[in-house]
Design a protein. Structure first.
Length: 266
């Protein structure tokens, strides 16, 4: 087995394996490894195609080091925009839910910048175990289950901000994803059904039962899905607007539940 004896050798191996940011990855792997044996094992995993976040065990997300275990969806940088949009309307003391939470990155990011009552849920046991570690500093209440079925009954009709980073890749397009996602991340975290919006429809359908009057729902979609997603929100009794970050390639649909006489959450 070839053992990296220098940073240049490590960078060379990563670059030969197709790692575009080989220098940055080499630095992270070297920083994380506890000894030469672990450094080599981590290098072998990365060269074989294992996502860097699984190799080092964490991902950066809005300045937080989020623990990411193998088999758990890796938070994307573009999703930082969804959090930024949600923070605009998140007041201190708000009831915030991170639905389809994965590693809990969105909930952790919001709670790190606002004092909130935080709840999170995911259908995947591995994700819930991972999110427990990431949400512990903010005492987030975590549960496992299918969407709203996982949430405690006492917050029904009381949610001020609902973040739902649902799977939105159309089933037939999963084969086109980069191998790091297609081969290593659970299909349930990627597959959004025939048009990519199956889970989003279920979230929108239940939103008015769970949101407080004036409560907000935020989801991320692709650019070509955005008009349909907005129409889905409207169909289920929410207002709908779209915000875009061109640099990140991020599209966030924002809905507000406004029954007669209600005002948006400040």
């Amino acid at each position: 087995m070839s053992v990296p004896t220098s940073s240049a050798d490590l960078v060379s191996r990563l670059r030969a394996a197709g790692c575009v940011f080989a220098e940055d990855e080499a630095a992270l792997i070297t920083e994380t490894a506890r000894d030469a044996t672990e450094l080599e094992a981590m290098t072998v995993r990365r060269v074989s195609g294992v996502p860097l976040e699984y190799v080092v065990g964490w991902a950066w997300f809005r300045g937080l080091r989020i623990a990411v275990d193998p088999g758990v969806f890796i938070p994307r940088r573009r999703t930082e925009f969804l959090v930024a949009e949600a923070l605009r309307v998140t007041a201190p003391g708000a009831v915030v839910v991170d639905l389809c939470c994965g590693a809990g990155a969105l909930g952790a990011a919001v709670a790190s910048e606002r004092e909130v009552s935080l709840y999170a849920a995911d259908i995947e046991p591995a994700a819930v175990r991972c999110a427990e570690r990431n949400l512990a500093p903010w005492q987030g209440a975590l549960s496992q289950g299918d969407l709203y079925d996982a949430l405690p009954a006492q917050i029904r009709g009381r949610i001020d901000v609902l973040l739902a980073n649902v799977p939105y890749v159309p089933t037939d397009e999963i084969r086109l994803l980069p191998p790091e996602a297609r081969l290593y991340e659970p299909r349930v975290t990627l597959d959004g059904g025939p048009d990519g919006l199956s889970t989003l429809r279920r979230v929108a359908a239940g939103a008015t039962d769970w949101l407080a009057p004036g409560g907000h729902l935020f989801v991320e979609v692709s650019d070509h899905q955005a008009p349909v997603a907005q129409a889905v929100f409207t169909e289920y009794g929410l207002t709908a607007d779209l915000t875009v970050d061109e640099e990140l390639g991020a599209n966030v649909v924002h809905g507000i539940y406004l029954p007669v006489g209600a005002n948006p959450v400040a």
